[in-house]
Design a protein around this ligand. Structure first.
Ligand code: NAD
Length: 479
């Protein structure tokens, strides 16, 4: 006779509750009261967080694929309910970006991060028998997340990693720790609601650079998923572990003389102003063929841009850079202005009544600091160049070999092909905001960890899986 375990009973109750639209007592509770202490994913030390995740991984592995599907459905459903709350909380805590855009980011990762269906098995059969490969989990993933997309990255990494059968220990950015811990508590409640183990996703409540380093070197962590700037990517490279490294970018846009200039102006403003330019894939500089530059700038202004006058450009430089360098090298940014509204940046240089402006636009020479710096604020440099060849050449240079993201506006298919080849990035977009490459306004799945340096590109469940092979010699064939 089949015996029903306590956990199965809880899972059945949770599914019935879900069907009748009733949330569980855990997910209805206020942040601090979610789950039992020690079972809600939050642990005082990295050691404890890794040990709990390892235990959860082993239990999760024994539960099979049906539970995995239910767990992912439950995470998506819980995150849908909390998407706005998390967006507003992230905005309040970090002081960066726009809450409405953070909500869109949360919704994008909730709906378009691939689930367990992303994992594909392969078989070969022949005279010598059958061979099968299956994507298997690694075990415990150590994940480092940024302040620029704190909740979207945690939700996205969780759906991808847990879909692949892994447990995850997060070290969030210290400036986003409260919202990150809250997100992880909610995720744990959603996992246990669906019958999954507690502590499948864990963290420490006080993340620091040191705790990130401890996590990255921890013997219980099998693989790293690191999302952040050059410093953390460099740190991850020093470890002996395999790292899936999602590093910085400086995405250029090329606009040629054949482009639909109204579309180009509109989409560049939409993309570059999204969450005040915090996303690594957001447009950071434009190279436009001189003969159509004025028309492009007009379209940018008509679609929410503010074109700086010559005397205002100097003021902006003094405001947003602590040290500028007009020799084609990056400047030092004043962190105070990262992720702030265009209207506030303009107000700080004395431009009044500009609250409706989404993007500050600067008509600059090609060697201007703004072109060569990943500024992460809604200030967009536009440089005029003689022709599309020079535009592509400069775009390749301005991308700094990050192999990250770039875009082009053109009606010439040959230009799309040539630039895509030459710039060699993980995400290349033609005739839309680069958001299209994240699946927002474009086809395909999304990811908020674009692993350019290590080549996985948009990370997904299969990137977080190890391929295992079974070969049965001479047997298991049915023909
Ligand atoms: P950041 O590098 O300051 O921090 C990212 C994370 O790394 C944080 O959790 C931080 O605590 C940790 N960290 C930083 N330095 C470290 C070190 N020396 N040792 C251990 N841990 C360290 O970045 P941020 O400001 O939070 O995010 C913005 C940067 O991240 C930008 O450069 C952006 O392009 C990049 N980013 C890339 C992607 C991508 O998918 N490729 C996505 C988001 C952000």
């Amino acid at each position: 006779m089949r015996t029903i375990k306590e956990r199965d009973i809880q899972a059945i109750i949770a599914r019935v509750r879900h069907k009748v639209g009733e949330s569980s007592p855990k997910s209805a509770a206020p942040p601090a009261a979610l789950g039992r202490a020690g079972s809600d994913g939050v642990h005082t030390t990295v050691d404890a967080a890794v040990a709990a995740a390892r235990k959860a991984f082993l239990e999760y592995r024994s539960q099979g694929l049906e539970v995995r599907h239910r767990v992912i459905d439950s995470i998506r459903s819980s995150m849908r309910k909390h998407a706005r709350e998390l967006a507003e909380m992230a905005h309040r805590e970090t002081g960066l970006g726009r809450a409405e855009d953070k909500l869109k980011k949360n919704n994008l990762v909730i709906e378009k991060t691939p689930g367990p269906e992303d994992l594909q098995t392969q078989t070969w059969t022949g005279d010598r028998g059958l061979t099968l490969t299956e994507p298997a989990p690694f075990g415990v993933i150590g994940a480092i997340t940024p302040t620029t997309n704190p909740t979207a990255t945690i939700i996205n990494n969780t759906i991808a990693g847990v879909s692949a059968g892994n447990a995850i220990v997060f070290n969030a950015h210290p400036n986003a720790k409260a919202v990150s811990v809250h997100t992880i508590r909610l995720i744990n409640a959603a996992i246990t609601d669906a019958g999954g183990p507690s502590n499948l996703v864990t963290c420490v409540p006080e993340p620091t650079i040191e705790s990130a380093q401890t996590l990255m070197n921890h013997p219980g962590v099998r693989i790293l998923l690191v999302t952040g700037g050059p410093g953390v990517v460099e740190e991850a490279r020093k470890t002996t572990k395999r790292g899936i490294l999602a590093g910085p970018g400086n995405p250029p846009v090329v606009v040629d003389e054949t482009a639909d200039l109204e579309l180009a102006g509109r989409e560049i403003v939409r993309g570059a102003s999204f969450d005040n330019n915090l996303i690594c894939t957001d447009e950071k500089e434009v190279f436009v063929v001189a003969s159509v530059a004025d028309e492009l700038l007009e379209s940018m202004v008509a679609n929410g841009g503010y074109l700086l006058g010559e005397h205002e450009l100097g003021k902006i430089e003094r405001l947003i850079f602590t040290q500028a360098a007009h020799d084609g090298t990056p400047a030092k940014i004043n962190p105070k202005w990262i992720g702030q509204n265009a209207g506030d940046i303009l107000a700080a240089i004395g431009v009044r009544n500009a609250d409706d402006r989404r993007l500050v636009v600067a008509d600059v020479p090609v060697n201007h600091s703004l072109i060569w710096t990943e500024q992460m604020m809604p200030v967009m440099p536009v440089a005029r160049v003689p022709d599309v060849d020079r535009a592509i050449e400069l775009a390749v240079k301005a991308e700094h070999g990050c192999c990250h993201t770039a875009s082009v506006f053109t009606r010439n298919v040959e230009v799309i092909t040539r630039m895509a080849r030459e710039i060699d990035v993980s995400i290349f977009v033609a005739n839309a905001a680069t958001l299209a490459g994240l699946g927002d306004g474009g086809e395909g799945f999304t990811s908020f960890s674009i692993a350019s340096p290590t080549g996985e590109g948009l990370t997904r469940p299969r990137s977080l899986s190890r391929e295992r092979r079974l070969a049965v010699a001479g047997g298991l064939r049915i023909v």
